[in-house]
Write a protein of this length. Structure first.
Length: 188
């Protein structure tokens, strides 16, 4: 995706749509913390409904107290070379070993949409969950955080996060196809 700064994205409309979507299946925003790879998929589908071009971005976030996941280029390359590594969740289902990266969405105009970093910061501080409206970080948000992109697209998902043995494989595979089809449609 090429960033087109001439695009005009109604960020408050995006925030409203995401807040409404999350409210449909979550009691509060505490469940967003630490689930960036699953949540970014949900954000992507909401953005497709809004007909907004976007890409998944992998990287780290510089928080006021230091890096969020301490991802470096070397670590990213190491994770990509190692590929998918199997583990089991608390129910015994096969899942991938936890990732060392963070995922967010970059809109076509270059703005960042991150639906998990604020809930994670909030949980780390031991605070009550934020409102659905306040949980969505975007470039105009007053939080003093900076996103550090290292990779865009589904390469990290395809190499590190998904495998036919993983219980999320079909969900991610379907998303990859839906996103690719969507981006091709809006490009024409």
């Amino acid at each position: 995706m090429r960033v087109d700064s001439s695009c005009q994205v109604d960020i408050s409309g995006v925030t409203d749509a995401l807040a409404l979507d999350f409210q449909e299946f979550m009691e509060n925003t505490a469940g967003l913390a630490g689930r960036c790879f699953q949540v970014v998929r949900e954000v992507s589908y909401v953005l497709m409904d809004l007909r907004l071009g976007h890409e998944v971005t992998i990287g780290d976030v510089l928080l006021p107290d230091g890096p969020y996941v301490s991802l470096s280029r070397q670590r990213l390359k190491r994770d990509l070379r190692a590929g998918y590594r199997i583990d089991c969740d608390e129910s015994g289902y096969p899942v991938g070993v936890p990732a060392h990266a963070h995922a967010w969405i970059t809109l076509q105009d270059g703005q960042v949409i991150d639906a998990t970093v604020l809930s994670s910061m909030n949980r780390r501080a031991g605070l009550e969950p934020l409102s659905f409206q306040d949980i969505i970080y975007h470039d105009r948000h007053p939080a003093n955080i900076h996103h550090l992109p290292l990779m865009t697209g589904f390469g990290y998902h395809g190499e590190v996060l998904t495998h036919p043995l993983d219980r999320y494989f079909d969900i991610y595979r379907s998303w990859f196809v839906d996103h690719s089809d969507f981006m091709a449609r809006i490009a024409t």
